[in-house]
Ligand binder design. Structure first.
Ligand code: ZN
Length: 96
């Protein structure tokens, strides 16, 4: 079984976690100023890299806190987990 290292609780089985999509996707400052295409881009379009990818996860069967993780999409290996307030890790390529 895959183990995920919650930054608040430590290593736990993957069944305790929920996936929350791509991390570091900022809400638009003025959503009403966006065109329909820009709004659709924000809502539905996400990166799909082969390799390191920053994702949001929630420890739903534990502390119930959200955090970010860098996972390799080729191997499922978690390289790093960090609080949502922490800066984007440097090991990510631009746009991931
Ligand atoms: Zn936790």
């Amino acid at each position: 079984m895959l183990t995920i290292d919650c930054p608040f609780c430590g290593p736990r089985p993957e069944t305790e976690f929920g996936y929350g999509g791509q991390a570091h996707v900022a809400y638009p400052e003025d959503p009403h100023a966006l065109t329909d295409e820009e709004w659709a881009q924000y809502l539905f379009y996400r990166d799909n890299p082969k390799g390191a990818f920053a994702e949001r996860w929630v420890h739903s069967a534990g502390c119930r806190k959200w955090f970010n993780a860098v996972r390799d999409t080729r191997t499922y290996e978690f390289a790093q987990t960090y609080p949502v307030s922490a800066p984007r890790p440097e090991l990510l390529s631009k746009g991931a």
